[in-house]
Design a protein around this ligand. Sequence first.
Ligand code: AOF
Ligand code: ZN
Length: 353
Amino acid sequence: MKLALLQAKKNLGNTSDNPAVGCVIVKNNFVMSSGCTGINGRPHAEQNALIYSRNDIKKSNLYVTLEPCSNYGKTSPCVKSIIKSKINKVFFSLKDPDTRSNNKCTKQFKKNRVKVNCGILSSEMKNFYRSYYKSKACGLPFVTAKMAVSKDYYTKNNKGKWITNEFSRGRVHLMRQNHDCVLSSSKTISDDNSSLTCRIMGLEKRSPIRIILDKKLEISTRSTIVKTAYKYRTIIFFNKNNKKKIKTLKNLKIILVKTSLKDDGNFDIKKILFKIKKFGFSRIFLESGLKLTTYFLTEGLIDDLHLFISSKKLGNNGSNNFKKVIKLFSKNIKFVNEKVNLHGDKLITYRFV
Ligand code: AOF
Ligand code: ZN
């Protein structure tokens, strides 16, 4: 099951609204085959593992991280394929919260003389499937926020682009690739001229879709993000009748979503998150400045926050301090998940849900 979980992790954040599942087929203590949910959610992990087994897998045991599906969706039921393959015993860790499959496979397996066991490694798996369970329960995507601060907690370096070191920044790229999309504001984009892609060799194709909140369509057509939109899907939420700019951005392959504002003249972020989920994005990586991140915290919309703390102070060269914000919301922190040392920089993960 640990191997199956490693398989599941391979495509996390790249399976759209389908969960990232892992599957391992074992016979006489040999791994016969393995598979994970395909990019964009299909084929399912079990189908991949069954198809790619080169040897005879009859009477094998099959380990899968999530309850195999038993319904006809966009693909045919994994339960049926497993039965057809004459698997001896199925071990799955968690029940699928999707009502079409929930608690349904055991009966079908037993009817066809396939043994079943549920629950191995369930606490580790519950952790892994937090985003899937959340999106199934309330229709909102899972939000992971990232903040980079100096040792004295400034989020902005007035004298340069970077605050944290290259190891921290590499870790951010790794985090980007297991999310469907990265969310930022046009203000942050214009401050940093960021590209928000994953630039780890071999993982470039895992770059998330970029979503920018830009109420007044102020984004510069010369910004890296706009210039690379032909290569990396980019969506802008806006509210402005600027026909010329709309045409220019559309020609540059930007997808534009006009969105109404609240009475106070701001975007309704929760409404935007529901919309993002409807696009099929379940895991969002929020990479923005102090203002938008604080707003997300105020609205209780952040699930995990990764705080990268540099070993260097910025002093007079720093602005937009995060210290008071994190202190203010510390009462909402359920627990601190990890503490990683990145060559002097520190990474602390706060869990809010
Ligand atoms: C599995 N293995 O790898 C995944 C499963 O529309 P479909 O046919 O792709 O079915 C979608 C549902 O299948 C999804 O809501 C979830 O319940 C399940 N996902 N099941 O057996 C997999 N990704
Ligand atoms: Zn399936």
